[in-house]
Design a protein around this ligand. Sequence first.
Ligand SMILES: [Fe+2]
Ligand SMILES: [Fe+2]
Length: 374
Amino acid sequence: MNMQSKHTADATTVEEGLAIQEEQAKLDSKFATDVAMQNTLLTPRFYTTNFDELDGIDVSSVRKDWDALIDEMEADPNKGHFKKNEDWDHVDWDGMDPALKKEFIDFLISSCTAEFSGCVLYKEMKRRGKNSDIVQLFQLMARDEARHAGFINDALREAGVAVNLGFLTQKKKYTYFRPKFIYYATYLSEKIGYARYITIFRHLEKHPEHRFHPIFKWFHEWCNDEFSHGEAFALLMKTDPKITSGINVWWIKFFLVAVFGTMYVRDHQRPEFHKALGVDPDWYGHEVFTKTSELTKQIFPITLDIENPRWERGLKRLQKANADLARAKAETGAGAWLRGVTAQARAVGAFVALYAIPAKKNVVPDSPRLQPAY
Ligand SMILES: [Fe+2]
Ligand SMILES: [Fe+2]
């Protein structure tokens, strides 16, 4: 009898435990999905565009490079890569410093959202397209981004958190960008994504003691996918010289400043994460901007003058204004409102100052194709 009731009691406890865990998982997933749902200037967005215009691209002028790239992607070198294997060390989430854990989870959620944002856009183009070249490319890129997002979500799940990707697809706000803006923004985010992943990977190769999570071991093959995606957008832009000349050069500069500036501000919001990696965010930012600038010479006729002392100063102003803005937003009252408005104006001022730094001119090669070399 005693045994029986003990058994029943245990069963209840286990059931209760499971119920609590499930509730917890729901809550955490809600938390992660809420974070992923945010649409601020600094959070990853979902995009939509004029798919018919994109579908109308004729790639015959870059056919040789195009076919070579598509063949590489079709060969699918990373087919089996995004799976946990024996290299996936145990992660002590409970033992992790809470501040680091918070920032790292935020990093993973934001990365997962960004990866998935690519997946959603590419999949939609593939679904709507009739142009076989375009459909094939976007299908291949959607395949990769789905793997990337899924892999990060797997990592999050170990911490009892997961982004509800289905929910995001349906409910997250979509921002409309004309195709040429999609090219600039997506091309840059692919290339900067490559530069970010490879810089962390190379740093941790030299300093494995800072590799506090196994996911970083996967970054090498991972970044090669992003590299190929960037190559594809470089070729798409190459099909129409207007996209990278005339007034559009001013747009290219705008996107360069916006993408670099956003990265700088976002990374400086995660001091514990960078400390754990043994990375100084100023050094990291500069390293990533240098690599990205070098790569974008394949297609952009300008690069930002990131060695100009005004560049570093402007970024610091932008970052400070954003930090003050975030603080003001967390408070209530007229004083906080005023501080918020002022901080916003300062952020705009800093952005304009960065934009006003004269760019460096660059002669673009006939064929944009590059291979990952960092
Ligand atoms: Fe990706
Ligand atoms: Fe990508």
